[in-house]
Design a protein around this ligand. Structure first.
Ligand SMILES: [Zn+2]
Length: 307
């Protein structure tokens, strides 16, 4: 459609308004603009703890297009590599993947008592100061974090990274919030409203199991590991995991008779562990992690070197 014939006639004195606009713009540039109010967000779908314990930046990218015709199911919380990730709620680790491959890479899901799911994707797979993809377990997940582990809100569960299809992007947590029936919801408003909570070292230590690694024996590539462990809040036997070079290779229940532990703590004798046939090359570091029974703060009770 042509606008010819409808062109407005040039107006006289156009210079004056142009000058006035210029002056206003100039003044506006000299005066700092008032802070723009944040974009309105809906009510939080779920009250929760913010899952990254450190500086983050993010905008609402829920539903944005992604490779392969997918749409973005979560929020990408940009943060420095190795920044601690904390449990968004009291709950249980209901799934955990330790893998460099796939879209998600290292990931875990926490399910709370009402069945809501908090999904953490792209956990760290690099050694400090590198982007080497070495994917040592203890650099992705906090001590004691495994499928079935109970966690407390604010407890460290893992670390920010770029595993999976985030390998070529900046490190971030892809975070999803899912209803008990599994349907995903936009986590943005819940993240905006989330409180900050990180369990302090003092709280963590007060709740942590206690124990001792008494010995790492054997040699020629196979060791046995002995010691005891006891939950701070519960007399039931705890589980222990044996880590070799930072990766969990064996799990056992600390329920072996240890009269000396009973004599020292009065919490019963069935708290010892003996784990044999653990593959560990001579000279590698062998550590034992005691899993809390739910009060939070699974902890590393000792490390030794494989003979
Ligand atoms: Zn994402």
């Amino acid at each position: 459609m042509s606008a010819l014939g409808h062109r407005p006639r040039p107006r006289p004195f156009v210079l004056l308004p142009v000058l006035a606009v210029g002056l206003v713009s100039f003044l506006a540039a000299c005066v700092p603009a008032p802070p723009r109010p944040p974009a309105p967000v809906g009510p939080a779908e779920r009250e929760m703890v913010f899952p990254v314990a450190g500086r983050t930046s993010y905008s609402d990218t829920f539903g944005a297009p992604r490779s392969g015709g997918r749409t973005h199911q979560g929020q990408d919380l940009m943060a420095a590599r190795h920044t601690p990730l904390v449990a968004a709620a009291d709950g249980t680790v209901t799934s955990l993947t330790w893998s460099n491959s796939g879209l998600s890479g290292n990931s875990l899901t926490i399910t709370d008592a009402d069945g809501w799911r908090y999904v953490y994707i792209h956990l760290n797979n690099d050694a400090p100061g590198t982007d080497d993809g070495s994917n040592v377990y203890e650099r992705a997940f906090a001590d004691g974090i495994a499928k079935g582990q109970k966690v407390k809100a604010g407890e460290v569960v893992g670390y920010v990274g770029d595993s999976g299809n985030a390998e070529s992007t900046s490190p971030h947590l892809h975070f999803e919030l899912r209803r008990p029936d599994g349907t995903v919801v936009n986590a943005y408003s819940s993240l905006r409203a989330a409180r900050t909570l990180v369990r302090t070292d003092a709280e963590r230590i007060a709740d942590s199991p206690i124990g001792t690694l008494d010995g790492v024996d054997g040699g020629a590539g196979t060791v046995s590991v002995d010691g005891w462990a006891l939950d701070a809040h519960d007399d039931d036997p705890v589980k222990v995991s044996v880590y070799v070079a930072g990766n969990p290779v064996a799990t056992a229940t600390a329920s072996v008779d240890r009269p000396d532990v009973d004599a020292a703590f009065g919490r019963g004798a069935e708290h010892g562990f003996h784990v044999s046939d653990v593959p560990a090359a001579p000279g590698t570091t062998v550590c034992v992690v005691a899993h809390s029974l739910g009060g939070g703060g699974s902890t590393r009770i000792g490390c030794g070197v494989a003979p």
